[in-house]
Design a protein around this ligand. Structure first.
Ligand SMILES: Cc1ncc(COP(=O)(O)O)c(C=O)c1O
Ligand code: FES
Length: 424
């Protein structure tokens, strides 16, 4: 049978597997990843007997929880080459991004009022920048090339004497491209500008070293790396020191940068997810790459006019964004009910806009509309990939058979030359 991903998580499937009681195959790893059973094992004691407040200093209940949180801090720091003192626990990458961008900008306001980011950042980065624009800051949104990467020349040209922060993501969540982080870091350091990177889709997937890459602030999310939801971390460099205005004030936890009791069970889960990633990243990467190649080759060998979005080389293999020409992405998604997928676009929202990320790549609207994102991860199996290839190719064929455009292409008509009648 194909629908076995739950077994690969270590759970036994006891029910009879029929089309009615099995769940779709999960191919949406960028949205979230399943929790690794080892992570859950590490968390459970902190949800039961180890319930002390990690900030309680006067008794052993506090100390034992604090020990778990400290270990987690160490495991997170190790994965990115940081010092444990530089790790701040947050509720997720959204908060880490908000804290970095608003925090740095507000601290240096008056002296430095300019921020540089890109057009293809996650919404929470773009929206933090929008809020800052309302507060009087200037924001430059760098364009990306057809391959989804920024140009270093554009970045150099955008830098001003009053630039406080550059915020550029490491791995893009829609198309998987990896920005030239090391070059960006070196440039920012030479200009004494702080560099923040949203590494929610990168940490634990590709090697990151905050020292080698001159990263000053880095956002991490628990649930993208087989850890729990509702927890994240922010790396904040101590030397040269990054100063931030906190979003939350109160008890002064987390070096005053994030007041509130640290969610110890979640923090421990994130730490364990990072510990596992440090050990298994190379293995996972190779496996994921093999599965991605199997998926892409499988599809492209059976149907024509399928294009991968994003750079060919600078890409995390587990994020495969394909455009199926002459197929409406939404219809394909609907047809593929037995696979949990995303178009990686805004089409799930009320706006029915094609993806702003694909549009920033210069994709024509129709190609942006015909794209689907396949997210492959640690627990994806070969059988699942083969099932997806079979289903996708069958449905693409079927949808194209119903498409008048496809018929014209088959007849050799160059449809780009057709002048379509305009409706009023
Ligand atoms: C690149 C990127 N940044 C930020 C986030 C937000 O992460 P979180 O859900 O931990 O707030 C996500 C997840 O959707 C993401 O993919
Ligand atoms: S197919 Fe969903 S936005 Fe175009």
């Amino acid at each position: 049978m194909f629908l076995v991903s739950i077994e690969s998580l270590g759970f036994e499937v006891t029910g009879v597997e029929t089309a009615n009681n099995t769940r779709p195959i999960y191919m949406d790893m960028q949205a979230t990843s399943p929790t690794d059973p080892r992570v859950l094992d590490a968390m459970l004691p902190y949800m039961t007997e180890l319930y002390g407040n990690p900030h309680s200093r006067t008794h052993s209940y506090g100390w034992e929880t604090e020990k778990g949180v400290d270990q987690a801090r160490e495991d997170i720091a190790k994965l990115i080459g940081a010092d444990p003192k530089e790790i701040v626990f947050t509720s997720g990458a959204t908060e880490s991004n908000n804290l970095s961008i608003k925090g740095v900008a507000r601290f240096y306001k008056g002296k430095k009022n300019h921020i540089i980011t890109t057009q293809t950042e996650h919404k929470c980065v773009l929206d933090s920048c929008r809020v800052l624009s309302d507060e009087g800051f200037d924001v430059t949104y760098l364009p990306v090339g057809k391959n989804g990467l920024i140009s270093m020349d554009d970045l150099k040209a955008a830098i001003r004497p009053d630039t406080a922060l550059v915020s550029i993501m490491t791995v893009n969540n829609e198309i998987g491209v990896i920005q030239p982080i090391e070059e960006i870091g070196a440039l920012c350091r030479s200009k004494k500008i702080f560099f923040h990177t949203d590494a929610a889709q990168a940490v634990g997937k590709i090697p990151i070293d905050v020292t080698k890459m001159n990263i000053d602030l880095l956002s991490i999310s628990g649930h993208k790396i087989y850890g729990p939801k509702g927890v994240g971390a922010l790396y904040v460099r101590r030397r040269p020191r990054v100063r931030l205005v906190p979003l939350l004030t109160g008890g002064g936890q987390e070096r005053g940068l994030r007041s509130g009791t640290v969610a110890a069970p979640l923090a421990v889960g994130l730490g364990e997810a990072c510990r596992i990633a440090t050990e298994e990243m190379a293995y996972d990467h190779e496996r994921v790459k093999r599965l991605a190649d199997r998926l892409i080759n499988g599809i492209q060998s059976k149907v024509s006019h399928v294009y991968r979005n994003g750079d060919d080389v600078q890409t995390y293999p587990g994020c495969v964004n394909l455009s199926f020409a002459y197929v409406e992405g939404e219809s394909l998604l609907m047809a593929l009910k037995d696979i949990a997928l995303s178009s990686g676009s805004a089409c799930t929202s009320a706006s029915l806009e094609p993806s702003y990320v694909l549009r920033a790549l210069g994709a024509e609207d129709d190609m942006a509309h015909s794209s689907i994102r396949f997210g492959i991860g640690r627990f994806t199996t070969e059988e699942e990939i083969d099932f997806v290839v079979q289903r996708v190719t069958a449905h693409v064929d079927k949808l194209r058979e119903m498409s008048p455009l496809w018929e014209m292409v088959q007849e050799g008509i160059d449809i780009s030359k057709i002048e379509w009648a305009q409706h009023a």
